[in-house]
Design a protein around this ligand. Structure first.
Ligand code: 13P
Ligand code: SF4
Length: 315
């Protein structure tokens, strides 16, 4: 029995009521459950969510995503209440780059005078050590804006970094981090699915390994996947990313078939961090206004500089 089992009213209806009462906005990432996506005011990728967070005039932001996403919303909204359904909704990529390790690395390589590009999947403390933030939706664009004479250190995702190098031709030193979920997809598993659906194009997230990216017809952010699937003439498409993406695709691109594959050889799987959020926890967060994202103000101010730079550079 869950702690919420005694609640008999419709949680989704009550979330809408609480939302109005609190003057709250609900932002949800494409990897959230279908129910959370459907109750949200805006569903999108990290880039779209960052813009929405920066633009909102709501008093409360309920962020249905992972911790670094809610933290990003707080960085640009110090005066607002930012709540996350489950504070333990972390991210393996973010964990793979502790701020102390990055600070030590930058100290020991001070001769390089690095321009640090941080993928948004990192902590506020890592953002505070960076020069600009990027997402999978704008990484190429951001890197191309950096003066050619600067040495670039890209943190924390080595796969996204490698993809950006390949696309832009710009040399970058890469941090050794990755997404535990996206690196689980293998060339063999995706080739097997392709063999069953030879006419279906493959769309994959850039956090996948190079071996998987090479099989893909398109490599892009979750938001760009929606446009790719809508515009591609194929009626069956293999989607290589987190499983929440399928809800958004099936809803917004009706009439097409999206292949996630059988679970033993899948092209889509659950992120254990994203899926910590539930409707019950979202209701509880709106009801109690807890758990809240709290940030030390000097740290927040330092983290805001590279984040605002990203928002300016990718307009
Ligand atoms: P997007 O910004 O492409 O939605 O990616 C976020 C993420 O966490 C991918 O694993
Ligand atoms: Fe982090 Fe990977 Fe989950 Fe995205 S899918 S939130 S990168 S662990």
């Amino acid at each position: 029995m869950t702690a919420f089992a005694t609640i008999t009213f419709d949680l989704l209806d009550d979330i809408k009521r609480l939302k109005h009462e609190r003057n709250a906005v609900i932002l949800a990432h494409n990897y959230q459950t279908g129910e959370l996506q459907d109750v949200a005011d805006f569903v999108g990728d990290s880039l779209g969510l960052s813009y929405r967070a920066a633009e909102t005039d709501a008093d409360v932001i309920l962020f249905c995503g992972v911790h670094f996403m809610a933290e990003t919303a707080k960085i640009v909204n110090p005066g607002k209440t930012v709540i996350l359904p489950d504070l333990d909704a972390g991210c393996s990529l973010s964990e793979s780059c502790p701020a102390e390790d990055l600070a030590n690395y930058l100290n020991t390589h001070s001769d390089k005078n690095y321009f640090v590009v941080a993928y948004i999947n990192c902590s506020a403390a890592v953002k505070a050590l960076s020069d600009v933030i990027c997402t999978s939706g704008n990484a190429q664009e951001i890197v191309q804006k950096i003066p050619p004479e600067r040495n670039i250190l890209f943190v924390p995702d080595e796969n996204l970094g490698e993809w950006v190098i390949q696309k832009t031709g710009r040399h970058m030193d890469l941090w050794n981090g990755n997404c535990y979920l996206h690196v689980e997809f293998t060339r063999e598993s995706i080739s097997g699915i392709k063999a069953e659906h030879p006419g279906a194009p493959i769309v994959a997230h850039p956090e996948c390994t190079k071996a998987v990216r090479l099989l893909a017809d398109e490599v892009c952010s979750t938001e760009k996947m929606v446009a790719f699937c809508r515009n591609h003439p194929a009626d069956t498409i293999i989607v290589v990313t987190e499983s929440g993406m399928l809800h958004r695709l099936r809803k917004e691109v009706p009439g097409k078939k999206f292949i996630a594959g059988p679970t033993d050889r899948c092209a889509c799987a659950d992120c254990r961090f994203m899926k910590r959020n539930t409707v019950e926890k979202a209701w509880n967060a709106l009801n109690t206004l807890e758990p809240q994202i709290q940030l030390d103000e000097p740290l927040r101010q330092r983290a805001e500089i590279p984040l605002r730079r990203m928002l300016e550079w990718s307009r």
